[in-house]
Ligand binder design. Sequence first.
Ligand code: PLP
Ligand code: COI
Length: 339
Amino acid sequence: MENIDWKNLGFGYRKTDYNIRCYYRNGAWGELEESSSEFINLHMAATTLHYGQEAFEGLKAFRGRDGKIRIFRMDENARRLQDSCDGTLMARLPVEKFQEAVKRVVKLNERFVPPYESGASLYIRPILFGTGPQVGVKPAEEYLFIVFVTPVGPYFKGGFQTTPFVIMREYDRSAPLGMGKYKVGGNYAASLVAGERAHQLGYSNIFYLDAKEKKYIDECGAANFFGIRNNTYITPKSSSILPSITNKSLMVLAEEMGLKVEQRPVPVEELSTFEEAGACGTAAVISPIERIDDYDENKTYLFSPDGKPGAICEKLYKKLRAIQYGDEPDPHGWITVLE
Ligand code: PLP
Ligand code: COI
């Protein structure tokens, strides 16, 4: 295994051995190719560069106590990438090809999958983008799909700890009839200024409200939101947020733990009624929310007066991680064990 200080790994890029590539040319996807280069040779008029014809995914592989490597819900990421392709008029990558590429890239970089005890994981980043030249605003005729991996620790400093978020109405990341439901680079470009501002003020990230009315909760930076009240798991239904695979999984786990689950528009005032709140996503896992400051209305919604994660957040976190690392059975078939 690679000699890395696994326990102190942050969330960043680190070079690994190989990536997998697949080209779309003449109306068809080619064979998967292995590459040991971190670079690509790209036409300067490629549609990805000027018209943002691009989408990506994020998923993880985990090394269990038994030494085996487990990949979490890659079929879901494959389908979400297809949705993003539809939303940007890119060539759809077949689900099987996506899965094959993910399994191969993890296998080839096996020595970078962190050890079980470290609590770290291997982040898998598939990207698909238009490489064909255009100057008119039109979809490309050629595409490239790449999957690379990088070992990562917690997304927010300190791992499973509460952090603060901030509502700032002067920033939107996506509109109700726009691209928020797709995982496309433009949404992240649109969030950089707000994210930097939030970081400078000491927050984990911005807490977005719906762009049209600023009445409902959307999501927290690059993670979905959930609140807990009266043994109920409440999470926003919105056309401008990313359908999180972690959130979808947590809704199943919450129900199995005997919680009620509600997915519906959540008015911002409802924040004052939650006993616990969390941000969830592949990178974030569950990041319990300490408080949300409403910057414009000079108001604070406090969820964790003692700074500690709430009991239900912790239970959900432990359950999800136990399935991912193979400590508990996988009754829903979410795990692919690497051969
Ligand atoms: N929302 C946004 C904007 C994201 O970038 C992510 C990360 O993928 C999520 C939510 C969480 O989604 P998932 O749980 O599928 O990683
Ligand atoms: C993820 O959770 O996979 C994300 O995409 C978050 C961020 C690194 C973009």
